[in-house]
Structures are given as C-alpha cells and as structure tokens.
Design a protein. Structure first.
Length: 264
C-alpha cells in the first residue's frame, strides 16, 4: 500500500494547505527581493510596489486554481444548491455581524441582524433559505476591523494579503479575531473545518466570476480600481453609507492639505 493511500482525507487537506503556505512564502520572498522601490502614487498606499507584486501572485493562483474550480462548481452544482450554500454561510456571518454591531452600539443594526438570524435559522431551515431578505429585513455586515474603526483605530496603509486580497493594516490585524468569530470554523473536527473553508472559498469565488472578469476588461489599471473601490467601501461601511468629507479624496474643490482651492 502506498503512503498516500494510507493517508486519510484530513491529512491530505493539511498537507495541501501546508504546501500552499510554503509556496506562498517563497513567492512573497522572491517578490520582495526583486521589487524595485518606486514612489507610491497614492499616500494611502505607501507599499504599492510590494502590493502589486502580491496582487500578481494572487492573480496567478486565481487563474491556475481558484477560477477553474469555481467555474466547475458553477457548471456541475445546481443553482438552487449554490444559493442554499451562500445563504447558509451568510447566516453564519450574520451571527458575527450581530456581535460587532452590538460592540459598536449600533442599535438598529443589532436589532435587524438579530431578527435576521432568528428568522433564517428557525424558519429558513438553518439559514438555507434567506426568508429575512424576502421580508425586507436589512442585512448589516460588520466585522472586528469595523469595530476597531468605530472606537478610533485608524485604518493604516492599504495592503494586499497573499490569497486573501485587499486589506489594510487594521483589517489584517483584525482577521485573527474575525477568524475566531467565524462559526464555520468552530467545529471540533478539522476535516469539517477544512471542508467548510474550501466550500466557502469556492462559493465566494463563484459569486465573483462575472464581476472580476468585467472589472479586468473595463479597467485600464485593475489594481488601482480595486484599491480605490475597497477603501471606499470600507469607509462607507464604517459610516453606514454616509461618510464625512475627508480631504481631497472626497471633495475635488479641496487641496491635498485640506484647504480650499483658489477660485477659478
């Protein structure tokens, strides 16, 4: 009997993630070693040179692994099953959003989210059906990064994480806590945790197939478009869609230092 045949599914998954992690580290080290320092085009992105290298690495992994798997998933899994999977993970994420909305003292968002979790869990067969959205109960997504921001922690520079994509220093630090709050990772079985993680990853990538393809075709520079869109969305999420004016990025009539431009 071959050693690979004697290995159980859990061991194989662990070996896969271990080798993927090693390859990621090697690729990042090579990117950092070959990167030529250049002036950042945006003060929010002082690590632009390195971020573009990581983005390139992520694009290679996506093209070689994630996108083909997501396309196959979309082709062989019926639409109603994919919708059920997405609803299920969405309901689990609502539980963590509930905790963060409460920590931010957002009472309406907390109430809506608690109602969503209750309806979808007990009426929607554990979250497989999104009954709450059909009833008009608004979803208020939140995470620990937004909670830190609510209590005054600045976002810090924009960074691109290996495999995970766009982030900021604050959001990257918060990922450790967000991982602990992810109910899909709370199973005592490592096989179940790894399976849930893989399914969630594939489902998320499948939901972005058309969006990412359109982005790459329409944008002259997908990197800057993605960066600006991510930072804007996080800012909108922080202030519930109504962010205050802040310097030249929000008001074209203000100079870089925040002072009004002279009249033309």
């Amino acid at each position: 009997m071959k050693l690979s045949d004697a290995m159980g599914p859990t061991s194989k998954l662990k070996q896969y993630w271990r080798w993927l992690g090693i390859c990621t580290v090697i690729a990042l080290l090579q990117a950092c070693a070959t990167a030529v320092p250049v002036a950042a085009s945006d003060p929010r992105d002082p690590f632009e040179n390195m971020n573009r290298k990581v983005t390139g690495f992520n694009d290679v992994v996506d093209a070689a692994v994630l996108k083909p798997v997501a396309q196959t998933y979309a082709q062989i899994v019926p639409g109603f099953v994919r919708t059920g999977v997405r609803n299920f993970f969405g309901n689990l994420s609502d539980v963590w959003s509930l905790a963060n909305n409460a920590a931010q003292l957002k009472f309406k968002a907390t109430g809506d989210t608690a109602l969503r979790v209750g309806i979808n869990t007990f009426v929607g067969f554990g979250g497989l059906l999104d009954i709450a959205s059909d009833l008009g109960v608004e979803r208020h997504r939140s995470d620990f990064g937004l909670t830190l921001g609510h209590w005054g922690v600045q976002t810090g520079p924009y960074i691109v994480l290996p495999l995970l994509g766009p982030s900021t220093v604050r959001d990257a630090v918060a990922l450790t806590i967000d991982r602990q709050g992810d109910l899909s990772r709370q199973s005592a079985s490592s096989l179940k945790r790894d399976t849930a993680l893989a399914l969630k990853l594939v489902d998320t990538r499948e939901s972005l197939l058309k969006i990412l393809d359109a982005l790459k075709e329409a944008s002259l520079d997908p990197y800057t478009f993605t960066r600006d869109a991510y930072l804007q969305k996080r800012r909108n999420d922080q202030f519930d869609g109504n962010p205050p004016m802040q310097g030249s990025y929000d008001d074209p009539d203000e100079a870089q230092d925040g002072s009004p431009l002279p009249a033309k």
